[in-house]
Design a protein around this ligand. Sequence first.
Ligand SMILES: [Zn+2]
Length: 421
Amino acid sequence: MFHSSTVTQDTYFCREFGKRCLLDVQKPEWLNHRVKTSDVFALLQRENRPMTRAQLAASTGLARSTVAARVDTLLRLGLVAPYGDGRSTGGRPPSLLAVNPQARVVLAVDLGATHARAAVADLSGELLAEERADLDIADGPEAVLSWVEDAGRALLRRAGRPLADLAAVGIGLPGPVEHSTGRAINPPIMPGWDRYDVPARIQRAFAVPVLVDNDVNIMALGEQHAQFPEAQDLVFIKVSTGIGAGIIAGGELQRGAQGTAGDVGHIRVGRPSEVVCRCGNVGCLEAVAAGPALARTLREDGIDVDGAAGLVELVRSGDLQAIHAIRQAGRDLGGVLAMIVNFINPSVVVVGGALAAAGEQFVAGIREVVYARSLPLATEHLRIVTSVTGERSGVLGAAAMAIAHALSPEAIEEASLALSS
Ligand SMILES: [Zn+2]
């Protein structure tokens, strides 16, 4: 192999060549230099089994002394812990090491229009303590985030964990969010929240990183982590008073340039419609297939329903008009989903939100159109299912988002540096 110039991040400055160079990374002394603590942690996490130092050295190609030093850092950080005993090759048994999910905890918060749910989770995403409250997001950020602060402290106490164990906070909001700054941007149902600095407010109480995203994105993450950990391409569609989608493609949540990716509620449905949407356009998916639209349709037929729960109740009781309405909503949704399926080829589509409780009647309408209008190859292994995590999907996803940050290579390297300084 020859010296050759490269701009990739994982190559090192070559002293002979005078540039970032491909050849240098092949040399063992450089390999030992460039493999970081977070790489060793990532390997243990990926392998998802206890390993000895020798196995780690063999898997990484690192010198044993280097592995020992990295492992020592991870042990001191608590992120890795001894696990039973390895198979002995004579003499002292080599000790096994495993990721330690109890090392730290995260605070996960799911804020809806009229409800809030908060939980403390360990680093595996298991919820250790959980709380739910009726809370109006329209009360404004100061009132709502004060509740988050109080609930967070109470939950840490209930989980028996000191404040120092908290690694990060994840929060979902019911509106568009600029993920990079943690601010809601022009949220329609959240007066007083526009561009409010959520992380800064939370950090007054908890001096840790605070990640904020919209509710549908965290629901997608929650369902993926809890039910489909192998799925790299998953679409979560939430149908309640509005309609929105969380899109995971190639294992990554797709937020788009302004954080509005997945905002599918205002795509025009394929059939003629005169219904004017709250956005001012005519025939939006949300205006014909969300909860309020179905309630209106049924009212025109002389049936009064009490919100999404009332509608679901009617469907379950076998009311033909309600079943007809929910089937049609499923078909309208299916038309938009067919486009998404053709476009990004997910392996799983999860239907969540209040209307998902209508179950098979709703999903049957969706399947009918998705399978008819998508390419056979795109639907060959496609699963269209209702959410299993239900009301917990948001809080599970907020935990997953906070954990991913707490265990990111950057966070581990920063913690390692703090240890050695
Ligand atoms: Zn609209």
